[in-house]
Design a protein around this ligand. Structure first.
Ligand SMILES: Cc1cc2nc3c(=O)[nH]c(=O)nc-3n(C[C@H](O)[C@H](O)[C@H](O)COP(=O)(O)O)c2cc1C
Length: 169
């Protein structure tokens, strides 16, 4: 417990990944649609709130993602916050290639983006800014529509999907 094992100035990708794996997050699927109507999406944990007024959110997309062009050229996307029962959908959207949407119920949002049916929260966003930063593109979105449900969130921590443990303290 405790103690600095790696000086910050020497932090390489493996140590960076190891450090960040301790940080528990929720799990989302970010979705959009190509000009020809093809839906696109991937599982992310880089989502976070950025501003309340105006309502802005952020997430980042790896430069090696096969989804890079579709998200860069689209002016909109949706953040689908997953419930704990959606772990298999999270795994499906984390696999590169193939039809990620196969067997996944989807509804079309007001902004014409595919929304994952049954997600805890669906946020429809207009792309406000895109910044290349390091090995990712940082997307900032303005939330223009929201469907907000209740339920237990899916958690990702220590490189594994998990659930909140409300048993203690
Ligand atoms: C729990 C989890 C969180 C992830 N978070 C991100 C993320 O925030 N940004 C990202 O670009 N990829 C993230 N990925 C990887 C993508 O889901 C996906 O595997 C990667 O983009 C390759 O697929 P693609 O080429 O279809 O985009 C995450 C994967 C998992 C399993």
């Amino acid at each position: 417990m405790g103690g600095l094992e790696t000086p910050a100035q020497e932090l390489g990708p493996a140590a960076m990944r190891s450090a960040m794996s301790r940080y528990a997050t929720g799990v989302c699927i970010v979705t959009t649609v190509a000009d020809d109507g093809t839906p696109a999406g991937l599982t992310i944990t880089s989502f976070n709130s950025l501003s309340l007024e105006p309502p802005l959110i952020l997430w980042s997309l790896g430069l090696n993602s096969s989804n890079l062009d579709v998200f860069r050229s689209s002016d909109r996307f949706a953040i689908n916050i997953l419930g704990v029962e959606m772990v298999e959908v999270a795994r499906q959207f984390a696999r590169s290639g193939g039809d990620k949407f196969a067997g996944v119920p989807v509804v079309t949002g007001r902004c014409d983006v595919p929304l994952i049916a049954g997600a805890l929260v669906q946020l429809e966003c207009l792309t406000e800014e895109q910044y290349p930063v390091g090995d990712h593109i940082l997307f900032i979105g303005r939330v223009v529509g929201a469907a907000i449900g209740d339920g237990a969130p899916l958690i990702f921590c220590n490189s594994a999907f998990d659930a909140l443990d409300r048993g203690g303290s």
